[in-house]
Structure formats: C-alpha cells, structure tokens
Design a protein around this ligand. Sequence first.
Ligand SMILES: Nc1ncnc2c1ncn2[C@@H]1O[C@H](COP(=O)(O)OP(=O)(O)OP(=O)(O)O)[C@@H](O)[C@H]1O
Ligand SMILES: [Mg+2]
Length: 221
Amino acid sequence: MFYWVKMIQMFHVSKQFGHNSALVDINFRIHKGEFVFVTGPSGAGKTTLLRLIFGVERPSSGNILVNGIYLNRVKRQRLDLLRRDIGFVFQDFKLLPTKTVFQNVAIALEVTGTRRSIIKKKTRQVLRQVGLHKKGDFFPLQLSGGEQQRVAIARAIVKNPTILLADEPTGNLDSDLTKDIFARFIKINEGGTTVIVATHNKEILNAYRRQTIFLDHGKIV
Ligand SMILES: Nc1ncnc2c1ncn2[C@@H]1O[C@H](COP(=O)(O)OP(=O)(O)OP(=O)(O)O)[C@@H](O)[C@H]1O
Ligand SMILES: [Mg+2]
C-alpha cells in the first residue's frame, strides 16, 4: 500500500450551518501514524472538523481524503464501511442508556463481525485499561461523568482503529486519569494509529507538544 493511501487531507473545505460558517477554507494534511491536536476556543469548529473526517457531516464545499478515499464521491453504504476503521470519542459520549458498560464497548466489535469469544476477551481487556473492569454490568446512568467518558474511550479504541478521533476526551477526568488516557493514546499511536485529539486544554497541549491545528471562528490561524 502506498504511503498516501492512509492519510487525511482537506482541500478548501468549508461548512455552513444556515448562515453560520463553522469552517472556512480549511486545508491540511495529516500523514498516517501522526498524532495531531486540534485546538481553538469554544465554537471554533473543532467538533465539526472531526465529524467531517468521520463522514457524519458533509462539507458545503471542498473535498476530504480519508484512508485514500475522497469522501464527496462516496455513497452512504461505503461511508459506513470506512467508519468501521475509525474510532470516535464523542464530546457528549453517546452511550446507549439501555445497554451495560460491557455491551456499550462490545458493540464496536459486534458490527465488524468479530467472534464472540474474542469480543469478550478484548472488551474485558480494554475496560481494564481504562480502569472500569469492575463496572462492566453497570448502566451508563449509574456512572460518574468521568466513568462515562472512559466507556466512550474504551468503545473507540477496542477495535484497534487505523484512525482515532477524540473530541475533548479528558474534559471530565482528573489529572491522573488524563495522564493515563494520554499514555494510552500515545501507545495506540506508536502502534501505527493516526490520532487526532480536539481539546482547548492548554495544559494538555503544553504537556504533549504535538503538531497542532489552531482554529478560530472556523479558520486555521
Ligand atoms: N448541527 C449544527 N447546526 C447548526 N450549527 C452548528 C451545528 N454544529 C455546529 N454548529 C455551529 O458551528 C460552530 C462550530 O461548532 P463546533 O461544535 O464545531 O465548535 P467546537 O470548536 O467543537 O466548540 P467546543 O469547544 O465548544 O466543543 C458553532 O458556531 C456552532 O454553533
Ligand atoms: Mg466541540
């Protein structure tokens, strides 16, 4: 496979919601295996940028290349397949309230047709990694905000994605847990996964110092 096949690139991407411009003429390239931060004030367009890469939002203009595929040419069905290769830690978690912690994580593997025994093993393993191995039978509403966030992280990383998109993934965690989670992300990145983390936390940006995309009012600054 050629090196460019696995990169993420935006070409003159803009996104409008009605009259509101969330992103304006965005251009960048992220190579496979890089660890990149996206930062900027609230409302700058960080979540929108990640959602465009994930293919759940479509650009108003411009084009996006993800894993060798130009998203504007892709049918919905193909986008679903593409998404299986991407882990997304949602800013608002998006856990299924009627499913247990274990089921919320296992579902990421079930959709890929993984064998039952392997799903069990991997789900247990990843719940241990985020410190939730004792809470597998709990429901999301029985968890603290930080615990829910760690379930969202576990669900995103359990399938060993080629791309990990994490939207303010430690916003609800204390500094020790934040360190744990970032150590985990760095390990995943060292395994070849491209990692993109959106955060407005300056301490994190200073502590980890990676390539950073700064957004302000939808523009790269
Ligand atoms: N579904 C939507 N409908 C209308 N406007 C939207 C929608 N999603 C985002 N926006 C607008 O796009 C702009 C960028 O929002 P976005 O969520 O990307 O910001 P953000 O940088 O992630 O902010 P935060 O740090 O608060 O999470 C905001 O002005 C927001 O109101
Ligand atoms: Mg956001």
